[in-house]
Design a protein around this ligand. Structure first.
Ligand SMILES: NC(=O)c1ccc[n+]([C@@H]2O[C@H](COP(=O)([O-])OP(=O)(O)OC[C@H]3O[C@@H](n4cnc5c(N)ncnc54)[C@H](O)[C@@H]3O)[C@@H](O)[C@H]2O)c1
Ligand SMILES: O=C(O)C(=O)C[C@]1(C(=O)O)C=C[C@@H](O)C=C1
Length: 360
């Protein structure tokens, strides 16, 4: 059994995507996990998945992790602080300032509360979407505040490190401004873009490749959750959207007469600005990019992908990640296989020798 930093039981309230993922990750380290949820079905599914056990009257958790929708988070945190007077309580809600303010207003014991937020998730909710490795390598913000000391709060650091995430300390305000830019506005832009597809001809949609899928994956997110997130972080999100409107206006102006003197330069400058921006994202074209991508063409026939994965195993190369690009009606899919840079050349050569077509 893998050793954990955490000692003692951890109670997870909210056995949806986030809660069940936290619970599965902790169970993999041998931690005793107690599961609670307003939905008995979600608790039952999470228990069936091996994410933990039902609560007992004798439970004395060292840590409570509240993983419920943002609009009920403060209320649930306050109830957990009251029910477990020796436990530290954290939550994982996507917006932080309002929750701390609400807890202070209702007089909750914030000397045992520190909010947090893993920057990891999926567009689907519920326990069945959970993954034990959801947080591995992802940033996890601890929203530090003056009401709790470092030693008391260190059990939350242990949780984050046990789940393989990277701890980042920010104030609640710094966090909320940051996620407006890197999470909340991208959600709005993705939704607005995908909305354009509603009245598009099928023939146009059939041309969809990976670019549009990258930009619109999160358009499939849960509107109930995002109404709450955007409402709770409205001011910073709005500021960025106003700047974004100016960006779009410059593009629109430049394209009004694309052959006019200077118009091409203006369009090129806008695009070059995007090149520079994306290079600033850690792990994207930057110096800490960890894996090399080998793109393999896979015939759209039963068993081909399984054969590819089996042969990569036979070659003895570890598959770090896999992404599939496949459009309905096409005869070939592209498997983007991520491997350690030092293994990429050998994998490419040996796959080609075995008859696979390498697309990049
Ligand atoms: N979805 C993401 O990608 C993501 C990523 C990071 C953080 N978060 C945050 O995590 C939290 C949970 O999101 P999720 O995606 O896991 O949602 P989810 O819908 O998958 O799970 C929420 C769970 O909370 C339960 N619940 C609702 N009200 C409750 C209450 N009053 N008491 C007890 N249980 C209650 C629901 O039954 C459900 O099982 C949210 O605050 C969200 O902002 C989400
Ligand atoms: O990758 C996704 O599907 C997500 O929705 C993850 C994402 C994000 O924007 O990074 C979304 C909201 C959460 O608060 C944290 C993570």
């Amino acid at each position: 059994m893998v050793v954990s930093r955490l000692t003692g039981s951890v109670r997870v309230v909210g056995a949806g995507l986030l809660g069940t993922s936290v619970a599965l990750g902790l169970r993999a380290r041998g931690v005793d996990v107690i599961l609670a949820d307003a939905s008995p079905t979600h608790v039952a599914i999470a228990i069936d998945l091996g994410a933990g056990r039902a609560p007992l009257d004798s439970d004395e958790p060292v840590l409570v992790v509240v993983c419920v929708p943002p609009d009920v988070t403060a209320r649930v945190v306050a109830a957990e602080l009251a029910a477990f007077p020796d436990a530290v309580v954290t939550d994982v809600a996507s917006v932080k300032s309002g929750i701390l303010d609400e807890l202070v207003t209702v007089g909750a014991d914030v000397s045992r509360y520190v909010g947090s937020h893993p920057l990891a998730g999926r567009e689907r909710g519920g326990p069945l979407a959970a993954r034990a490795d959801l947080f591995v390598g992802r940033p996890w913000v601890v929203a530090v505040h003056d009401g709790i000391g470092y030693q008391r709060g260190s059990v939350v650091d242990d949780l984050i490190l046990d789940l393989g995430a990277t701890l980042v300390e920010l104030t609640a305000e710094e966090h909320d401004r940051g996620v407006a830019l890197i999470s909340h506005v991208p959600q709005v832009v993705s939704s607005v873009m995908a909305r354009r597809f509603l009245d598009a001809p099928n023939a146009a949609l059939g041309l969809a490749g990976q670019g549009v899928r990258d930009v619109t994956r999160i358009a499939g997110s849960d509107p109930d959750l995002w109404v709450q997130i955007l409402g709770a972080n409205a001011a910073p999100v709005r500021d960025i959207l106003l700047a974004y409107r100016d960006d779009l206006d410059r593009f629109i102006d430049a394209l009004a007469d694309p052959t006019a003197p200077g118009a091409r330069k203006r369009v090129a400058e806008e695009l070059a600005g995007g090149n520079l921006g994306v290079e600033r994202l850690p792990g994207k074209h930057g110096t800490d990019k960890r894996f090399t991508t080998v793109i393999v063409m896979v015939d759209d026939r039963p068993g081909q992908l399984a054969r590819l994965l089996a042969e990569i195993g036979e070659i003895g190369v570890n598959l770090e990640d896999l992404r599939l690009e496949h459009s309905p009606g096409r005869q070939v899919g592209l498997a983007e296989v991520q491997v350690l840079p030092e293994a990429a050349d050998r994998l490419t050569t040996e796959l080609a020798e075995r008859g696979w077509r390498i697309a990049g």
